[in-house]
Design a protein around this ligand. Structure first.
Ligand SMILES: NC(=O)c1ccc[n+]([C@@H]2O[C@H](COP(=O)([O-])OP(=O)(O)OC[C@H]3O[C@@H](n4cnc5c(N)ncnc54)[C@H](OP(=O)(O)O)[C@@H]3O)[C@@H](O)[C@H]2O)c1
Length: 475
């Protein structure tokens, strides 16, 4: 949760100031961040249960925020609660006579993001504190106006602030990571449908029986690639393969069983696959678990599946990749990685108490760093290595691991095919052969860090990560 508390003095009597600050219906008349604001019933006197709808501008977008008046002590205090798909806000506004005349205005506000988005709270704190200060200054300026009318325009800083904050997050995260971001960017691509003939290319996809892995397999196999589907459960793997085979007659599909968290399994898989050239290796298998689990090797499960297994398989296949023309390695990371800085000890040991979303984000951060390191190593041998963020896609994994998140964001989520688009593009498009360790979303390299986040790692820590992976995988 992000909390802000501000106090200032306005030169007008408390009654008039309260009238101004307690009404969320007319913020747009003075706050340039708010495109529109309206009470649902503008003719009714302000009372508990009143509702106001705001459209808040951020980065050129207008994002809705619906408010309800929870408490009202006329002339003294108003508490509004705002909500949209991704965030909730509580604004507590008090006014009282100032000792030297005029009115003291206290404003306290709390903003929290819902579900796993709460991981972004820390990143957002500085930006939103700045927005908060700007908004309070704007209110203070409005209230300093000696011509403040007895029946002032209805406006308040509180909704404006949190509307801005929430819309900042919405504009930056939800539409961008959800389907709207994909749909908007797709319009700018030269080859949106990936018009490719991949015959003769052998592509390994881990976690291929479900969600993004299945959609990636479909995208690549339907363009002629031989896709090796790596699945941990032979029954689920075979069913997925059979379904795809009947959907795509003539598709070249084969099945390999391996648990990506079990190092013996991964080593054996690597030796089987290394017998022929590999044109692309997609590290897609992954899961967010809510309890500490250890693999048979004794490693924390999330770390083993997302980091150690992929590292070992890349090592096992480096010759097969380097021996194939124009080959690729793709790490399917996550936007959750933006919330964490590399911390090798936490990555290895998990967190105490265990926090699945954070542990997952640590592993996804490590994948991005590993991809860069692998790129340095394999790039000179003709292998393009990249990591990517699929956005938020509606998959069995998201539904099972994050039901609350799925419920609130369902309308915005991508299809698995939309989420898998950049995976397939990185694995196969000629444009992506230039990938050199970058982190991609919607076919474009992105920064690995959000502005103002302190998530950059030192070369020494990155070296430690590499050495740990090498040591634990017996490389
Ligand atoms: N969907 C999103 O919005 C999203 C966002 C960011 C990142 N991602 C990443 O995208 C990847 C795919 O996720 P998804 O959403 O498509 O989830 P999903 O539908 O649950 O698919 C995950 C796949 O990984 C497999 N898998 C899990 N643990 C494994 C292990 N130890 N060994 C081998 N295979 C294993 C699963 O096999 P079973 O079917 O046997 O469980 C399944 O095939 C993951 O790395 C995830 O972190 C997804």
């Amino acid at each position: 949760m992000i909390e802000i508390s501000e106090t200032f003095i306005a030169p007008h009597p408390p009654g008039r100031v309260f009238e101004l600050v307690a009404d969320f219906g007319r913020i747009a008349s003075w706050d340039p961040n708010v495109a529109s604001s309206a009470l649902r019933d503008p003719d009714a006197p302000l009372a508990v249960g009143a509702r106001a709808d705001l459209m808040v501008l951020f980065g050129g977008r207008a994002v809705p925020m619906a408010y309800e008046l929870l408490e009202l002590e006329p002339g003294e205090r108003a508490v509004w609660r705002g909500e949209n798909a991704t965030s909730v806000a509580l604004d507590d506004i008090r006014v009282e006579p100032a000792p030297g005349g005029g009115t003291r205005v206290h404003w306290g506000a709390t903003l929290g993001f819902k579900g796993p988005l709460s991981l972004f709270d820390r990143l957002a704190t500085r930006a939103f504190t700045r927005i908060g200060r700007e908004t309070v200054s704007a209110l203070a300026r409005a209230l300093a106006d000696p011509d403040l009318q007895p029946a002032p325009a209805r406006h308040s800083p509180f909704a404006a602030l949190w509307g801005s904050a929430a819309s900042a997050m919405d504009a930056a995260v939800a539409p961008s990571f959800g389907a709207p971001g994909y749909i908007a960017r797709r319009k700018t691509w030269a080859d949106p449908d990936l018009d490719l003939d991949l015959s003769g290319r052998r592509i390994v996809v881990t976690g291929a029986n479900s969600g993004l892995g299945l959609a990636t397999t479909r995208a690549l196999a339907s363009r002629g690639a031989h896709v090796v589907m790596v699945c941990r459960d032979p029954g689920r793997g075979q069913r997925a393969l059979d379904d795809l085979a009947s959907e795509l007659p003539g598709a070249r599909l084969s099945l390999e069983r391996a648990d990506m968290g079990a190092l013996d399994d991964v080593a054996a898989l690597g030796s089987r696959l290394a017998r022929a050239p590999v044109h692309a290796l997609v590290h897609n298998a992954g899961a967010l678990v809510h309890e500490l689990q250890r693999t048979a090797d004794g490693h924390e499960l999330t770390f083993a599946v997302h980091v150690l297994g992929p590292h070992l398989l890349t090592r096992a296949l480096e010759g097969a990749l380097a021996g194939a023309m124009d080959s690729r390695v793709v790490f399917v990371s996550s936007g959750g990685m933006y919330t964490q800085r590399l911390d090798v000890d936490r990555l290895r040991d998990g967190l105490d108490p265990f926090d699945g979303a954070r542990v997952y984000a640590h592993a996804k951060r490590a994948q991005v760093i590993l991809a860069r390191r692998w790129s340095e190593l394999l790039g000179p041998r003709g292998v393009a290595v990249g990591s990517m963020h699929p956005g938020w896609a509606d998959t069995p994994g998201v539904r099972g691991a994050l039901p609350g998140f799925h419920k609130v964001t369902r309308a915005l989520l991508r299809t698995p095919e939309q989420g898998a688009d950049t995976i397939a593009w990185l694995a196969a498009s000629p444009e992506a052969s230039l990938a050199r360790g970058g982190f991609y979303l919607d076919r474009e390299p992105r920064s690995e860090h959000t502005p103002m986040a302190r998530t950059r790692s030192s070369p020494a820590d990155e070296q430690r990560l590499w050495e740990l992976c090498e040591a634990l995988t017996g490389a």
